[in-house]
Design a protein around this ligand. Sequence first.
Ligand SMILES: [Cu+2]
Length: 183
Amino acid sequence: MGKKLKRDSKGKSFSKGKSFSKGKSFSKGKSFPKGTIMVIAGVAAVAAIGGFFWYNSLIPANGTVPVFSPTTNVYVKALHSDQSGYIFASQSVRSGKKSIGGSTTDPTIDFVKGELATIHVINQDTQSGSKHNFNIDGFKVHTKDLNYFEAQSVTFIVDQTGSFSYYCTIHPEMKGTILVSEG
Ligand SMILES: [Cu+2]
């Protein structure tokens, strides 16, 4: 963490950032008075700090560098019902080609190798009020323990094919399968 901060403070890593393309005009600023330069420096510092968090938010859970590509969104809710007990349920259909069924209990989630995926987990457990978390060990996906109506999104690279399990550590019965096919 400390190392990254140091490197980022020199701004090297941000020079590649798309969002800073507007900043090009600053480099030409020979004619700006000193006061303006100070303001620009202040704005740049704020942008750099914001950029640091933006940059880090693009690093997948199982990656080390930011990924600039569209992500496949999967929405999962954790809840408890009288019939099923503690379950994960799919919240809605994905916008992509494949979908996970309407309100399936512990649905099987399909991915294609090579895609970038974001799992959005929300605790909608009005019934038991318990905390829940969501994990896929194979892709280093681990949410924190989510309180009621708390949500967390985790992005990861689908970099291996095969069958993986997702689960909640608090309720071992909350588990399902991630299937990754060859792209
Ligand atoms: Cu749980």
